[in-house]
Write a protein that binds this ligand. Structure first.
Ligand SMILES: Nc1ncnc2c1ncn2[C@@H]1O[C@H](COP(=O)(O)OP(=O)(O)OP(=O)(O)O)[C@@H](O)[C@H]1O
Ligand SMILES: [Mg+2]
Length: 470
């Protein structure tokens, strides 16, 4: 359909206005090099009507537009001096039936400095992007490897072997163990030993994410997916971990409704962002950990059994420190050296009594607690060794149990039918002190030391218990 005159006129006006606003300088020539459009007024201070029909070389200094007309080759981003300005220009031939029937010249930047500013700005942005990429990579890298998992315990050593084997494949690994037993260390080490080690390692602390933000944290969201969502949308942890490993820590804290969604992602290896409809492929290995008995939670109906079995294809159950006695002194000595070095001091291990206390304490906080205890002992130590008084009271008191193990019979102490606790405690203390004195050959200073108390404290105790004469 032919366009009406009115319509054509209106379209031309729009194009004219666009040219006016979009370009600092624009010139169009016909096939003879004569100017048919000239929007250079602001730049050259010459009106369009003065130059229409003139040859371009008469109006624009250093022009090559007539040359482009001949060669038919565009010249983009060329430097051209116009009125003393180093301009960046572009020249494009208009081709009809393989022949140049005209050419368009535009000024892209009216001063090369503009390009420099732009390029400096771009360079700056590139540096920022590089920095952020490095930071994201640093934040999402495994920090520990198997070499850092210290142990002399045969069971732990066999668990490390299993973990190394699991690392080679892609199977989901579930790590169970009390707090501070090294679950996170294992998770890092498995990623580090796997083929995915150059990919990201992304930890998700299931206990640290508010319930209603769980889905968007994991899957990300599209712009404006919900009230309060960022207008740019956000990438989720799963996408961030693509090509690497996802570590679901404190798995037992995962909300029940999220468990079904997670199961679907594991099975389909695909996900959608919240508010989006595009399926995104997810290639991640799952490692999860919990210090709660997940099997028990499954039995109680608080955790989905299908998800549990999906995640524990390889199951590693880390024993508490108390069950790996050999590791106590191995780790204690390791941390002693580590913290002594940090403080620039030399320490020659633990006294016999301090060692005794460490070996007989129950370590409910496992390796983490041991590490903290040794760190505090190193900071308190005044001797060339860690001694009992450098240890926290609750550990220093572990001596009692040792002496008890040497033959103190609590049942015998409490043999009176109506003995109260105070009497029993006094009897117990008297027995313990007597034993310590005998073992120290009557030397009270030595006995006090072996009991982990000060000599004057021992005197006071003895006097209170009426043991002066002994
Ligand atoms: N076998 C080990 N060798 C050396 N250090 C260890 C070992 N196991 C644990 N640790 C130390 O104990 C700390 C706690 O370990 P980790 O964070 O792996 O425990 P966790 O099982 O994840 O505990 P939680 O359940 O409380 O998160 C670590 O920072 C590390 O210093
Ligand atoms: Mg942990």
């Amino acid at each position: 359909m032919e366009k009406s005159y009115e319509q054509l006129k209106w379209e031309m006006e729009i194009i004219d206005e666009f040219i006016e606003k979009a370009y600092e300088g624009l010139i169009i020539i016909d096939k003879n090099g004569l100017i048919i459009k000239f929007k250079y007024e602001k730049f050259l201070d010459v009106k369009e009507e003065e130059v229409i029909g003139k040859h371009v070389t008469e109006v624009i200094e250093n022009t090559r537009l007539h040359i482009v007309l001949k060669t038919g080759m565009p010249e983009i981003g060329d430097l051209q001096v116009i009125k003393g300005h180093n301009c960046v220009t572009s020249r494009i031939p208009i081709i009809r039936n393989g022949e140049a029937v005209g050419a368009v010249g535009t000024i892209m930047f009216k001063d090369i400095l503009e390009v420099k500013h732009l390029s400096d700005h771009l360079e700056q942005m590139k540096q920022h992007v590089k920095k952020y990429k490095q930071e994201i990579k640093r934040l999402n890298l495994a920090k520990y490897s198997f070499e850092q998992i210290l142990t002399a315990d045969p069971h732990m050593l066999s668990l490390i072997d299993s973990a190394k084997m699991a690392a080679e494949g892609n199977a989901s690994v579930y790590i169970e163990g009390e707090s501070g037993t090294g679950k996170e260390y294992f998770a890092h080490a498995i990623h580090e030993a796997s083929l995915r080690r150059y990919g990201p390692f992304v930890r998700i602390n299931c206990a640290g994410i508010p319930r209603d933000l769980f889905e968007s944290e994991l899957f990300g969201y599209e712009p404006g997916a919900f009230t309060g969502a960022s207008t740019h949308g956000r990438i989720g942890k799963f996408e961030l971990a693509n090509g690497g490993t996802i570590f679901l820590d404190e798995l037992s804290a995962m909300p029940f409704e999220m468990q079904a969604k997670l199961l679907r992602v594991i099975e389909e290896r695909e996900m959608e962002r919240v508010g989006g409809n595009q399926r995104i492929n997810i290639d991640v290995r799952f490692i999860s950990a919990s210090n709660e008995d997940l099997h028990e939670l499954v039995t109680q109906g608080k955790f989905r059994s299908d998800l549990y079995y999906r995640l524990k294809v390889v199951h590693l159950k880390l024993p508490p420190l108390i069950e790996r006695k050999r590791d106590i002194m191995l780790l204690a000595n390791h941390y002693l050296q580590l913290f002594a070095k940090e403080r620039n001091i030399t320490l020659d291990g633990f006294s016999k009594e301090a060692k005794h206390c460490l070996e007989h304490y129950k370590w409910p906080g496992n390796v983490r607690e041991l590490r903290n205890v040794v760190e505090s002992a190193v900071s308190l130590s005044k001797m060339n060794q860690i001694i009992v008084s450098d240890l926290p009271d609750y550990i220093a008191h572990e001596k009692g149990e040792a002496i008890d193990a040497t033959g103190l019979n609590l049942d015998a102490l409490a043999s009176d039918q109506f003995v109260d606790l105070y009497t029993l405690m006094d009897r117990f203390e008297r027995e313990v002190i007597t034993k310590a004195l005998v073992a120290a050959g009557g030397n009270r200073t030595k006995a006090a030391h072996s009991l982990g108390i000060h000599r004057t404290a021992l005197y006071k105790k003895m006097s209170k218990l009426g043991m002066e004469a002994e």
